[in-house]
Design a protein around this ligand. Structure first.
Ligand code: BT5
Length: 320
């Protein structure tokens, strides 16, 4: 009912719709209409009500509600099915995992205004304060061999960098494999989780956490936000829509042609290439110069004697 009323208000393009018209069109009582309008106002919609004229939608809140994301969304699959929205949830990745286990189709999205147990990699925490972040998880069911799955994190990083650029104008960089950085600080982290049989991927959850308009004091020292970078707040609904379209395009290319087709673009945004790096993977440390990202998304690290190693995942520290 909320969405249907919003639809009617939007169609009037700033004009008034009478309570009578809404109640007839939706086949509900005038009382029900006024109660729903009250709820919408509580959610942050500015709706003016004028006697004898009716209701007019003045503005919407900056909240990434599923029904707002769906308006004019140009994707074929991502965000086309359910978008589950929460004010607060433990972890959107856990929530997405659980709906995917129950059969949620590819493109299902879980998004929350805050997380109480936001997850980073390897048991680390993702700080997810309310009021300015994007915490979203997308269910994917790719038809690719399991060994190609980690590369999807890099594909998603590319999509997010492009979406941030389009919506806010800033060009962030990718710190292989899953961090998006701006001015040497972390703007976004990506956590991909998988459920698979020995030879087949059941589903993937791509979790994306971005500090958009977040208050810096609510974030760890290593963090920055888009708003801090530009001085301007970003419309989170537009950002999420842009992420879904970029990710859909890149994911399609990845499935059809492999990472090789996205590699050059990814390298363009890379912050690690030609730098001295120290990479830790399960207590194993690799040091050297990051010289390339290969066709499979692995980082090629060359030691002092020119011996190259392929690294598939890990924590990268850049030596300055
Ligand atoms: C990541 O892990 O960067 C993956 C983060 C994924 C978060 C999303 S939010 C939606 C979805 N649902 C979830 O539960 N998770 C995903 P990692 O590379 O391990 O980095 C974690 C480290 O980043 C922490 O140890 C902190 O140093 C730092 N960190 C924590 N919160 C941060 C924030 N809000 N902004 C920037 N850095 C942060």
């Amino acid at each position: 009912m909320k969405e249907k009323i919003l639809d009617l208000l939007r169609k009037k393009n700033n004009g008034y719709v009478s309570g009578e018209e809404i109640s007839v069109k939706l086949n509900v009582s005038r009382m029900a209409v006024s109660k729903t309008v009250k709820k919408l106002k509580e959610e942050g919609y500015d709706i003016s009500a004028v006697t004898h004229k009716g209701y007019r939608l003045v503005s919407r809140p900056d909240k990434p509600f599923g029904h707002e994301i769906k308006i004019g969304l140009g994707t074929r699959s991502l965000g086309r099915k359910d978008i589950f929205y929460y004010e607060s949830v433990g972890s959107t990745n856990d929530e997405a995992y659980s709906v995917a286990e129950k059969g949620a189709p590819e493109g299902t999205v879980v998004i929350s205004e805050s997380q109480t147990r936001g997850k980073g990699r390897m048991g680390r925490k993702w700080e997810s304060p309310t009021g300015g972040g994007v915490y979203m998880s997308v269910v994917l069911r790719p038809d690719v061999p399991i060994d190609q799955v980690p590369t999807i994190t890099l594909v998603a990083a590319l999509s997010v960098v492009n979406a941030i650029k389009k919506v806010s104008g800033i060009t962030a960089g990718i710190k292989w494999p899953n961090d998006i950085m701006y001015n040497d600080k972390k703007l976004c982290g990506i956590l991909t989780e998988i459920k698979a049989q020995p030879d087949k991927v059941d589903f993937l959850i791509v979790g994306i956490g971005i500090n958009v308009n977040s208050k810096i004091k609510d974030l760890p020292d290593v963090a920055t936000s888009i708003k801090e970078g530009t001085g301007k707040a970003v419309d989170r609904v537009l950002l999420v829509k842009s992420i879904l379209s970029e990710l859909e395009n890149d994911y399609e290319i990845f499935q059809k042609k492999g990472f090789g087709a996205l590699r050059d673009e990814c390298k363009k945004f890379s912050l690690v290439l030609n730098k001295s790096v120290k990479i830790t993977v399960h207590h194993k440390v690799t040091t050297g110069t990051a010289v390339d990202i290969d066709e499979k998304g692995a980082l090629i690290v060359e030691d002092d004697r020119g011996k190259a190693q392929r690294v598939f995942s890990g924590d990268v520290v850049l030596a300055h």
